[in-house]
Ligand binder design. Sequence first.
Ligand code: SF4
Length: 367
Amino acid sequence: MDRRTFLKIAGVSGLSFAASCTSQPEKTLYSLVQAPDDMVTGKATWYASTCRECPAGCGVLAKNREGRTIKVEGNPLHPINRGRLCMRGQAALQGIYNPDRIKTPLLKEAGKWRPVTYAEAEAILQAKAEAAMRNGNGRVRMLTEVVGESLLNLARQSLENWDSKGPVIFEPFGYEALKEANSQVFGLDGLPSYKMDEADFLISFGADFLETWLSPVEYARKFKDMHGLRWQNKSLYFHVSPYQSLTGANADFWFSCNPDSEHFIALGLLREGIRHGNGRSLPDKLRTAIETVSSPYTREKVFELSSLPPELFDKLYIHLQLARKPLILGTGTSATGANCLQANIAVNLLNLVFDPDLERIDFSNRH
Ligand code: SF4
């Protein structure tokens, strides 16, 4: 190598060495001014809490380092999720650290959102509420998501101070149709839990219990217990819905039907059940009412209304009739059509006709 080439190579490698040595932009770490009593630097602290990503309320353990939550795990001692969390629960941490999260209150002006300080937002809220209050009682309304009892009481108190009624709670994936059906058929105000793990045959009319329905982590566990191989036997799961959800994809058989036609199929099954003597122990008046309402829904009529072929309807009915411990679930959260209430009423009646003692519906343990 001649002297000139050597100097060239030495110059280039010197440059790259110098580049790798440039200092990184300065970062500042702020220590807590007043650390929690149980915080020990370098040691993790675990706090038990509740996941609020959906109304199921699974138990979580939040791992904290130096006063900051860095991971959430399922609480193994919690009766609902028994140590498991769903994807939404695992992602809850993003609510604290995601750079795209909303960090301040936003004020809409001329169609655009402007970040404001909390002090500014509180002052605007106070002024508006007091102005509304001067116009009479009940002039302030508050809309909230599903919140815990303490926060709800705080909201109620604030509204009382403004001479107004409690907040309106909005849950995007509501269960109003199922609640109403429970009230009409069982006289129950609320949502019972389902002993899916004790069933030997499961039909879902769209309830996507592995995704969002009621308490997905709890039902994923119960479904595994019900559907797994036990003593060389496996309980069957049939899913009836217009589209194939993730839950439907896990079924042994998916019965496709027209959108919002699930109630016709449930009524057809009711008709067959009553015709073959199921639900004899029900009060005569109720049995006659079920017979009257379901009598038009022959397998041909069901096909005409739902597009479910008669041979598939027979398959569904025969398995239901042969099951010793059937359980039927209502419609899914994201497919609430105009006939959702009818479908849930028909499903509740199916449970009554095929399991008159309702052994797999737990009214003492509600969601
Ligand atoms: S089901 Fe998922 S999102 Fe809902 S409470 Fe449990 S972990 Fe949270």
